[in-house]
Design a binder for this molecule. Structure first.
Ligand code: MN
Length: 734
């Protein structure tokens, strides 16, 4: 093996001394000895190995360790793991060796980091998925991995061009969003800027040049702008520092891309930051708002541009008070007001929490975030690409804050709906959700929530998850839960249908052989046994009397062939008429039903006289009446159009005068039944028509009824009001 030169050995020592300078005041003596042991071990393990830049390899883990302790504020376990992070990957030592020398925890983190290393292609989504699964085990693995990536990006110069592009792409795709989500703003900005440098060098150089070019002018303007603020702060004896923050190169570039504007058109290049040393005894929030008041005495604030992230911090822990004011040059300037503690969190995110509270006190929000990752990962359905898209969506999505009726706060991704919120609280609440009251107003399940909304989820025992919910939900949690419920639901229908068929067969004393099932399946024009069961289970077909169906002899093949070949004419007629005894050209008349055909009223939509209805030929001489707007009728119209007949009611009584009642409330199974039941029990009232419209679980009903007098009507309304789910009843004369 080739050993290092004296100069190289000195270089290694210099780096290690830099690390020691930072950690010596922070860590205890035994821990420092352990770190020394790790360094010596890693140094020997990597002996003679060089990076692409020509530097000894060991410099890399030491440089990462400096980031880990200095910028992220992590403790000795992390520093140890970082120093050792490439040993297992690149040398002949194993995880077992690490475990024996440095303990199980360090070995576990090194193992996590080893699994993530290597050359993964950002197109290999499944590798990324695997990586993210490891990431959620111990958050320190993520943090060290981000530090590792930051150092690799800082030293990307020495890599070949194609590797530069690939690594920069990965960084932008995954590491920068991860850093952002963890609140590591400074690192996120640096990762993005470095990625831009390698991905779009020309644009990067142009932006750098312009920023540099205008530096003097900008500094002058900043001085002018903050001068009156500074004076006021001094006069008020407020201990604070004012600095200006330049928009990152990547953010400038991104804005130019997204909005199609030139560099000169970007007006918010600068933000002013006021960081106060909070006085003890007064809340930091109060003190920040005092500064806000002071600033807006000097500069006019832009209406609606005060952002209070102190009262409700962002999910990644960010706290700050933002206000946009009109500067003396006629340009809007953003001012960020925060305490020193908030500043730490803003720069180093959750790592700052570690700094303040130690590694054992897991920040609640971070736990929630990790929980969300774990949930997304548990979704067995999503293929790796879908998963990544969803995951990234969750990473990037800005957050809204909503409140429970008791005032408990919940963070949700933007565009979350009532259903997302319901599932966020509890699976059962989601499954049974029929709508909500948002700020006291009744809204459907699909309603998009906004920050500050107070949401009371309303449920019904009869509610079941709906596939259509998938169209408007946002969170991975809700998606998984609905899909799971639906799988269960489908198998329930099949089970129920199987039971229905078996009971019907028992009635006619037939065993459910595959032959009999085939006969029934064929009779209903269905494809297979499972479809028969699920149709029966969902009530799409009615299986009462099977004797007629089973009596029919199945034709032997020769007869079938003959029929197919020689009776084309008959076949055509059959096709047109659905081979039923029902004349489809004439409307099917209800009540005055002259032919032998029997009919029943569909249980799903409960049509009543006066409704617009259609008939569905369920078997040769039986018709099921559905309301025209019944969802099932809509399915039939599109998939079994040949079985549909028009149907009309022939008569219903006319009484004294016609009144219209409108009902509002939550849809639940059986509610229409209850309404019509109540009306039919009242002798003095007759219905002309009932129309129920349902949108996302909210129904609006219109009853046209004939009543004798107002007392009867009052009586009716009182009874209707007692129905669960009815929210509002109003009447109008017609
Ligand atoms: Mn590394």
């Amino acid at each position: 093996m080739q050993h290092f030169t004296k100069a190289e050995i000195r270089q290694i020592k210099d780096y290690y001394d830099d690390l020691l300078k930072i950690i010596e005041p922070k860590f205890s003596k035994d821990r420092l000895e352990l770190i020394d042991k790790a360094f010596n071990f890693a140094n020997i393990a990597h002996d003679g190995v060089k990076r692409k830049s020509g530097e000894p390899y060991i410099i890399h883990p030491i440089a990462v360790a400096i980031i880990v302790t200095n910028d992220l504020g992590l403790g000795t376990t992390s520093v140890l793991s970082t120093i050792l992070h490439d040993v297992v990957e690149d040398t002949e030592y194993s995880i077992e060796d690490i475990k024996n020398m440095f303990g199980a925890k360090v070995a576990e983190i090194v193992d996590g980091l080893t699994k993530l290393s290597g050359d993964f292609d950002s197109r290999q989504a499944s590798t990324l998925k695997k990586m993210l699964m490891t990431l959620s085990d111990d958050v320190r693995v993520i943090l060290i991995k981000i530090a590792d990536r930051l150092h690799n990006m800082r030293t990307l110069e020495s890599m070949p061009a194609h590797k530069q592009l690939k690594i920069a792409g990965e960084t932008l795709y995954l590491y920068a969003p991860l850093a952002h989500r963890l609140g590591l703003y400074a690192i996120k900005n640096e990762l993005e800027d470095l990625s831009l440098k390698y991905k779009h060098p020309e644009e990067y150089n142009q932006i750098s040049y312009r920023l540099h070019d205008q530096e003097k002018k900008r500094n002058y303007l900043v001085e002018e702008f903050i001068k009156p603020i500074k004076e006021r702060l001094e006069k008020e004896n407020i201990d604070s520092t004012i600095s200006s923050r330049l928009k990152s190169k990547f953010s400038i570039w991104e804005k130019m891309q997204k909005k199609g504007v030139s560099y000169d058109e970007i007006y918010d290049l600068l933000a002013i930051r006021i960081v106060i040393k909070a006085k003890p005894g007064i809340s930091e929030k109060r003190q920040c708002f005092d500064i806000l008041s002071l600033v807006t005495d000097i500069y006019t604030p832009k209406p609606d541009r005060i952002r209070d992230w102190i009262t409700t911090p962002k999910a990644n822990g960010y706290e700050s008070l933002h206000v946009t004011v009109m500067g003396p040059q006629g340009k809007w300037v953003e001012i960020q007001i925060r305490s020193e503690r908030m500043e730490q969190i803003a720069e180093y995110g959750f790592a700052a929490h570690y700094k303040y509270k130690g590694i054992n006190s897991q920040e609640g929000e971070l736990e929630k975030w990790l929980e969300r990752i774990r949930e997304a990962l548990q979704n067995p359905d999503s293929d790796a690409f879908e998963f990544l898209d969803e995951f990234k969506l969750n990473l990037f999505a800005s957050e809204i804050i909503v409140f429970s009726p008791k005032g408990k706060m919940f963070n949700l991704p933007k565009n979350s709906t009532v259903i997302d919120f319901a599932y966020e609280i509890h699976t059962d609440l989601g499954n049974k959700c029929i709508g909500a009251k948002v700020n006291q107003k009744l809204v459907p399940v699909s309603c998009v929530l906004h920050s500050g909304d107070q949401v009371e989820i309303l449920t019904s025992e009869n509610q079941e998850p709906k596939l259509e919910w998938l169209k408007f939900i946002t969170t991975a949690k809700a998606r998984t839960k609905i899909k799971n419920a639906f799988k269960l639901e489908k198998s329930k229908h099949i089970e129920k249908g199987k039971e229905i068929v078996e009971v019907a067969l028992k009635k006619v004393n037939v065993t459910p052989s595959s032959n009999t099932l085939k006969k029934i399946t064929a009779h209903f024009n269905l494809a297979n046994k499972d479809q028969l069961y699920s149709h029966a289970g969902m009530g799409l077909i009615e299986i009462d009397d099977l004797s007629e169906i089973l009596k029919k002899k199945s034709e032997n093949r020769l007869v079938k062939y003959w029929k197919l070949t020689f009776s084309r004419k008959k076949k055509e007629r059959d096709d047109n008429e659905g081979s039923s005894n029902i004349d489809k050209k004439k409307p099917f008349l209800l009540k005055e039903n002259k032919n032998q055909t029997s009919y029943s009223l569909a249980k799903c939509c409960n049509p009543i006289p006066g409704d617009d209805v259609i008939g569905y030929i369920s078997s040769k001489d039986h018709i099921i009446i559905h309301k025209k707007e019944c969802p099932k009728a809509e399915i039939f119209l599109t998939s079994h159009g040949e079985r549909i007949v028009t149907a009309e009611w022939t008569n219903f009584k006319r009484l004294a005068y016609l009144t219209k009642i409108t009902l509002n409330g939550f849809d639940r199974v059986g509610i229409v039944n209850e309404v019509t039941n109540i009306i039919s029990k009242l002798h003095n009232i007759n219905m002309r028509s009932v129309k129920f419209d349902t949108h996302d679980g909210i129904f609006e009903g219109e009853l046209y009824i004939y009543v004798h007098n107002a007392r009867d009507l009052q009586n009716l309304i009182q009874q209707l009001e007692k129905i669960k789910g009815i929210d509002k009843i109003s009447r109008e004369e017609t």
